[in-house]
Design a protein around this ligand. Structure first.
Ligand SMILES: Cc1cc2nc3c(=O)[nH]c(=O)nc-3n(C[C@H](O)[C@H](O)[C@H](O)COP(=O)(O)OP(=O)(O)OC[C@H]3O[C@@H](n4cnc5c(N)ncnc54)[C@H](O)[C@@H]3O)c2cc1C
Length: 409
């Protein structure tokens, strides 16, 4: 029986594993390898930071959820993929190293959050990208009595060579990997401090390594600028953060911003396990270039999905789910199950929530790729969308089978 290894345990990898299992049933042996037994619903981690959700509500035990659906699970940290010999080398939780052969591998281990590229991160940096970061920020916000808050993303170290085999306009150059969480945090904090009666004591500045939200149309950016004007949020473009100090942040050119609390989406680089893999599997940034079916340009039995794939720009859950589904559909055909393969078409779909004020801004935009869809709407119903998205993910244990329908409302 063909053996399929799926690496990773969030949007990209889980979608690929569940979809493939649904399509091929028992005609393939499918095993997921993730560095932790647990997976967390990342888009609600900002909600943990402001105290409306607890980390445990967002936790999935993969060692139960996957075997319940007939998928094997192995906890292990991938060290490298030996694509020439079709092997994955990983370390188990007891420290031992394992080598596992595959007929096919689907790589969904995401990108690397390069906190080490920001001096002062350990002492003064805060984030919401992982459960432990969101919990630490929650404590800090609890005790925050006023001052300057900066929120922004670090630079994105995007790969460029070799390019994926997709239309040129599908992969724009991006200064930031994803500014959705930055936008969401800036909205949420307004509601949070309003509720605490501290709004007049807090000054929020949003910074961006390029032009803020450059992946949205000029019209949507204007709508965001007007929201920020109403909320009293200052916007600073072209600030590539390099250092975090106790009361200020510094960019690569030496510019400074006052900051008593710095919340950052860290710089994104390629995953170290991929940089360590067979060199021609990855591009110069450590991401895997593929064709539109998510098949590696160099290794026919390797698929890449989600943030690990060089074509997903920006690094979005919506694109991770789409690429995971396409990889599974394509592989199912190769395994003898004839099924329709969806077409990859990039669109920015995300919802920036503000639970304390009971609304969210829903964004749908493909103008960056040459399309004409551009929506950025604040509405109460969009807050319910985010709630439903969270509940759906937790209820299905990360199986986003209906996601393409949910995202179209
Ligand atoms: C705070 C925040 C909020 C967001 N909100 C949204 C949103 O509302 N909507 C949206 O569309 N996108 C959102 N995004 C973006 C979205 O979360 C990512 O694009 C998405 O998670 C990418 O999924 P992935 O599965 O490709 O990679 P990841 O989510 O990075 O998952 C990678 C998985 O691989 C595992 N892994 C990593 N390295 C190894 C290794 N060496 N060995 C084994 N396992 C490994 C990780 O533990 C993880 O389980 C948000 C991002 C952040 C940071």
């Amino acid at each position: 029986m063909p053996k399929v290894l799926v690496l990773g345990g969030r949007f990209g990898a889980l979608t690929a594993a569940y979809t493939l299992k649904r399509l091929v049933g028992s005609s393939a042996d499918i095993k997921v390898i993730n560095q932790s037994r647990f997976s967390y619903f990342r888009p609600a981690l900002p909600h943990v930071a402001i105290g409306v959700r607890d980390v445990d509500e967002l936790k999935i035990d993969l060692s139960e959820a996957l075997p319940n659906k007939g998928i094997k699970f192995q906890e292990g940290k991938v060290q490298k993929i030996d694509a020439k010999n079709s092997k994955v080398i990983y370390t188990k939780s007891d420290g031992s190293t394992e080598e596992e052969d595959y007929d096919y591998v689907i790589v969904g281990i995401g990108a690397h959050l390069a906190t080490e590229l920001m001096k002062g991160w350990n002492e003064y940096g805060y984030s919401v990208c992982e459960p432990e970061f969101a919990s630490k920020l929650r404590e800090k916000l609890n005790e925050f009595k006023g001052g300057n808050i900066t929120i922004g993303s670090g630079p994105f170290y995007q790969g460029h060579n070799p390019k994926p085999k997709v239309p040129e306009n599908f992969v724009p150059n991006a200064d930031s990997a994803c500014e959705g969480p930055v936008f969401e945090m800036s909205l949420m904090l307004h509601g949070y401090f309003k509720k605490k009666g501290l709004l007049d004591k807090v000054k929020v500045t949003v910074f961006s390594p390029g032009e803020y939200l450059s992946d949205l149309s000029p019209q949507s950016r204007k709508a965001v600028a007007s929201i920020y004007q109403q909320l009293g949020v200052k916007l600073v473009h072209n600030f590539r953060i390099k250092e975090i100090r106790e009361h200020e942040i510094v960019d690569e050119k030496g510019n400074k911003l006052d900051s008593d609390l710095t919340i950052v989406l860290p710089p994104y680089t390629g995953n170290p396990a991929l940089k360590n893999s067979t060199p021609d599997l990855v591009d110069d940034g450590g991401f895997i270039p593929t064709d539109l079916n998510m098949v590696s340009l160099k290794y026919d039995n390797v698929y890449a999905v989600g943030d690990s794939n060089s074509m997903t720009v920006p690094k979005l859950g919506y694109l991770a789910v789409m690429t995971g589904r396409i990889a599974a559909q394509h592989l199912a055909n190769r395994l003898g199950v004839h099924t329709k393969i969806d077409s990859y078409y990039p669109t920015i779909v995300c919802v920036a929530d503000n639970p304390y004020e009971g609304f969210a801004v829903s964004v749908k935009d493909d103008t960056w790729y040459g399309g004409s869809i551009t929506v950025a709407e604040p509405a109460a119903v969009n807050h319910l969308k985010k709630e439903l998205f969270t509940k759906y993910f937790m209820w299905t244990k990360g199986d986003m089978a209906l996601e393409k329908f949910l995202a179209s409302w």
